[in-house]
Design a protein. Structure first.
Length: 82
């Protein structure tokens, strides 16, 4: 029969191995979450840049609509005056 100290030492070693495996899993999961978070941040930054580009290129549309409307009004008034 083995001594109680030896049995305790063996059980402690098994527990240590289990804890090490669990910590390795947690570390792997955390690394994956950090990587996904960085990818999401990059996607968000890219989307914000594209949105800013679209907003900058969109500003002439309302101005052009006003110009066309005013031109149409002036043209109709000119035709009515003749």
């Amino acid at each position: 029969m083995t001594e109680p100290r030896t049995e305790v030492a063996i059980e402690l070693e098994r527990l240590r191995a289990s804890v090490d495996v669990g910590l390795a899993r947690v570390d792997g999961s955390l690394a994956l979450l950090v990587q996904r978070s960085e990818q999401t941040d990059q996607r968000l930054t890219d989307a914000e840049q594209r949105l800013a580009t679209l907003e900058r290129s969109r500003w002439p549309l309302p101005a052009m609509a006003v110009l066309v409307a005013v031109s149409g009004l002036l043209l109709s008034l000119w035709q009515a005056a003749q």
